[in-house]
Design a protein. Structure first.
Length: 80
């Protein structure tokens, strides 16, 4: 029995209003595929906890662009 699921199946498990803990440093080591897939969904009102707010088109920047984040807790906001 395989324990692997697709990125789409994984993000389909994330409910509206969830708190997202996003790893990585800057845009290195971030779950880019998962965030890109999540940005395609119609859910939102997420609270994100990360060390940064991403960049335009990368990382949490994707969810900022689609207005899916209601709150972000980050130690560095930077370009966003």
């Amino acid at each position: 029995m395989t324990k692997l699921i697709s990125a789409q199946a994984a993000v389909n498990l994330i409910p509206d209003g969830a708190t997202l803990a996003v790893g990585g440093f800057g845009v290195c080591g971030i779950p880019q595929v998962l965030l890109a897939e999540l940005a395609q969904r119609s859910v939102g009102h997420f609270e994100a906890v990360s060390n940064n707010a991403g960049l335009d088109g990368r990382g949490l920047g994707l969810l900022l662009e689609t207005r899916q984040l209601s709150r972000i807790v980050a130690s560095y906001v930077g370009e966003n």
